[in-house]
Design a binder for this molecule. Structure first.
Ligand SMILES: *Cc1c(COP(=O)(O)O)cnc(C)c1O
Length: 467
């Protein structure tokens, strides 16, 4: 045995590092709900300590852990708690933290069934569960990826493969040089990651046929150009600013009849489909061919976790095809045929655990509660003079502004400085806005009221500063 091997066996067998890590994690949880939501200035300054040259000598595992505990933990953003409202982030369910810790030690890579029978099994099971939960066609398959950025890419790649294949063009073999032209149609409020996927897939932004949207960010149905079998139409379930949904029933049926491929970016909004009272928002999504959805946002699994769902298994698998593979296909699910990557971590374990723990009832209760808290936020902040709610709060997003851009910006800055809660800035219809996203299982009524109070205080302070 080498010296290093001896050292590492000793460390693993003593289990002191794992126990220490566990202890630190418990300390973290003990404080997270009361702690400053954003790191203090001191914590941020102390990140300098990580700026060192790559060590020459072998280290000491206890010290490695200690450094993270002492200077890493304080520089985290408390997204796990109940008063983080930035972007659309989501917390992590307690059961998923526990299962992630356990499966971290398992260190599974579910590329193939022979690499991880448990990973492969859970991927098949969750594929069925998601089909059921979202009411998608029986043929729908799932690829488990890092998030909706990649899920959008995969869904659109499947669409590209399928649409060109119908025209007798194999895009895997021939590429896009000289291919029949595909038309890309989407709303002016499409998410930036949709645009990224469009550029990565070689469609080019300039070729997008943009459709006008209404004041909530929804595609104006009457403005959709005449669609045909060369089209890929991208719709949205949950606008990042307003939380609005495109009209799937109206648009979907007709677009599908005309032969267009419909992809739905449902990063956080597709979960409306799994509720009793909000599923009217996603009515008609089954007309689409591919869907992208995150588990790390609305479902509250740990990062990172997203899913691409596709009605035509062959389109998805062909689009993500591996040539010259030395791999013999197994009898059971080999996850790598449904994702761009060969190797991935077994994020399916936490996703499975979240669904197994919550069941349909739990998913419904959690998602509907996000909506209720968002409505509470809207109601409470509307009572304060100087705040204006810009959107219809149909889901979990609240969009605000103050009387002027300057006041909006300063108020947001003061909210962030208070560290009582955290919200981010945005732009809506040419004006500065503040965006609040309710998507943590831990957000209580009190958290909302505390956040609203800190907004009120921040506005007061801002008015004084600007006068
Ligand atoms: C978050 C989000 C994305 C990107 O998803 P990631 O998981 O961050 O890759 C895409 N579309 C919408 C509507 C989103 O909210």
């Amino acid at each position: 045995m080498s010296g290093l091997q001896k050292q590492m066996f000793a460390e693993l067998q003593s289990q002191s590092d794992l126990s220490k890590a566990h202890e630190y994690a418990k300390d973290y949880i003990a404080e997270i709900f009361e702690r400053n939501v954003f790191p203090t200035t001191t914590a941020l300054e102390e990140l300098q300590l990580f700026e060192e040259n790559l060590p020459h000598k072998k280290g000491d595992s206890t010290q490695v852990l200690e450094l993270l505990q002492r200077h890493g933990a304080p520089a985290t953003v408390a997204t796990l708690g109940g008063r983080y409202f930035g972007f659309v982030t989501g917390s992590a369910l307690p059961i998923t933290l526990a299962t992630k810790s356990l499966s971290t030690v398992w260190d599974q890579a579910p590329a193939m069934q022979v690499l991880s029978p448990i990973g492969s099994k859970l991927e098949s099971v969750v594929e069925k569960w998601l089909r059921d939960l979202f009411g998608l066609p029986e043929s729908t398959v799932a690829g488990f990826v890092s998030g909706t950025s990649l899920a959008n890419l995969c869904g659109l790649a499947a669409g590209r493969y399928h649409q060109l294949d119908k025209m007798g063009w194999n895009v895997n073999e021939n590429g896009l040089n000289g291919s029949p032209k595909l038309r890309i149609v989407t709303g002016k409020q499409a998410h930036s990651t949709v645009l990224k996927a469009i550029s990565l897939l070689g469609f080019g932004y300039k070729n997008i046929e943009w459709v006008e949207t209404d004041e909530q960010g929804r595609i104006l149905t009457s403005q959709i150009p005449e669609l045909d079998a060369s089209c890929i139409l991208i719709l949205q379930a949950g606008n990042v600013n307003t939380g609005s949904f495109d009209e799937f029933e109206k648009i979907g049926r007709e677009a599908a009849e005309k032969g267009a491929w419909i992809h739905v970016d449902g990063a956080f909004g597709l979960w409306a489909q799994a509720t009793q009272n909000l599923s009217y928002l996603t009515k008609g999504i089954q007309h689409a061919h591919s869907w992208a959805v995150d588990a790390h946002k609305t479902l509250n699994t740990p990062y990172d976790s997203g899913v691409v769902l596709c009605k035509y298994p062959e389109a998805l698998k062909s689009a993500l095809h591996m040539t010259g593979s030395y791999i013999i296909k197994g009898e059971e699910r080999d996850g790598m045929f449904y994702t761009p990557e060969m190797s991935r971590r077994a994020r399916i374990i936490e996703l499975w655990a979240a669904l197994k723990y919550l069941g349909k009832e739990g998913v419904n209760e959690m998602v509907e509660t996000f909506h209720k808290r968002a409505v509470q936020f809207k109601n409470e902040i509307s009572k304060i003079e100087g705040f204006q709610v810009l959107n219809d709060v149909v889901f979990n997003q609240v969009l605000l502004r103050c009387d002027t851009d300057e006041l909006t910006q300063t108020t947001l800055f003061n909210v962030q400085e208070s560290r009582e809660c955290w919200a981010g800035g945005s732009q809506w219809e040419g004006k500065k806005a503040i965006r609040i996203s309710i998507c943590s299982w831990a957000t209580t009524e009190e958290d909302i009221s505390r956040a609203v109070a800190s907004f009120q205080q921040a506005l007061l302070t801002s008015k004084k500063q600007l006068s």
